[in-house]
Design a protein around this ligand. Structure first.
Ligand SMILES: Nc1ncnc2c1ncn2[C@@H]1O[C@H](COP(=O)(O)OP(=O)(O)OP(=O)(O)O)[C@@H](O)[C@H]1O
Ligand SMILES: [Mg+2]
Length: 265
């Protein structure tokens, strides 16, 4: 069993040695909705192991960008590459298999199931991981795996609570545990602190920081102040265009960013 798990986990590791190869490349991507252009010729790449935030005012195109890189739909124009492989138009369910997981802006848990059951269902989707095991060992492995994931996001005490009765911040943490069930090498998060109290926000920010120590994380956020001190890199969208990218200091000192964005949040 150990061999199976180790091999499968290794398949999701970022390509080591190829330090210069980005984990994700967005190449001249545009997105139209009818006559409206939500993204215009955006090219940007992401280095493995970094925590990057996509920021921008309301309507900047952040969620559209998120949807495209997480495989919800293919862009009208342009290509997406993951670990050097062109994944433009890949079926959404293939994303988890290749090592990309997402947690959504809208809470996405099964409200009538317990926290533990929710994570177990998510872990079960990784059928290949357990396919070679006998049913009983499979169930035991799933139960253990769900417990490890719940612990990872700080929900052990809420293991048997019905998800719908968890606090909003805990439901978002549960969603993260479900995303982690796929052992992604790239984790995408759209406004992970949306609707949270300041206290819940702090807890989520700590969780994101610790997750980012283990894998590549890209998060979408419109509250710039929140991510300024958290991320190694920021990408600023504005009216569907790439306005700026760089370190938090680069972004803080960028005149255009200050003009369109700073002071508003
Ligand atoms: N399916 C769609 N059909 C038509 N227009 C859309 C669609 N999705 C997004 N848009 C438009 O594209 C623009 C960018 O939207 P998007 O949701 O990507 O912005 P955002 O940066 O995520 O904003 P917010 O901070 O409010 O979440 C907006 O003007 C929006 O109205
Ligand atoms: Mg959005």
């Amino acid at each position: 069993m150990r061999t199976v798990m180790t091999t499968a986990a290794a398949a999701n590791e970022p390509v080591l040695g190829g330090a210069t190869q980005p984990i994700l490349e967005v190449d001249h991507v545009s997105q139209r909705f009818g006559n409206f252009k939500a993204l215009t010729d955006v090219s940007v790449s992401f280095e493995a192991g970094k925590l990057t935030a996509i920021i921008g005012p309301n309507g900047a195109g952040k969620s559209t960008f998120f949807n495209i890189v997480s495989g919800a739909f293919a862009p009208t124009e342009g290509r997406i590459r993951f670990q050097g492989r062109d994944i433009t138009g890949l079926a959404p369910h293939e994303y988890a298999r290749i090592g990309i997981a997402k947690s959504f802006q809208i809470t996405n848990v099964f409200k009538q199931l317990s926290a533990h059951e929710n994570v177990r269902v998510a872990a079960q989707m990784r059928t290949t991981r357990f396919a070679l095991l006998r049913p009983r060992s499979t169930l035991t492995a799933l139960i253990e795996r769900a417990d490890i994931l719940l612990a990872r996001v700080g929900l052990t005490a809420s293991r048997d609570k019905v998800a719908g009765e968890l606090a909003h911040g805990q439901q978002r943490a549960l969603e993260v545990a479900m995303a982690l069930a796929a052992e992604p090498s790239l984790l995408l998060m759209d406004e992970p602190t949306a609707g949270m109290s300041p206290e819940e926000t702090g807890v989520m920010m700590e969780l994101i920081t610790s997750l980012a120590a283990e894998r590549t994380v890209i998060l979408v956020e419109h509250k710039m102040k929140l991510v300024m001190n958290l991320c190694q890199r920021l990408i600023v969208l504005h009216h569907g265009e790439l306005l700026a990218e760089g370190t938090p200091d680069d972004i803080r000192n960028n005149d255009e960013v200050r003009r369109v964005y700073l002071g508003k949040n």
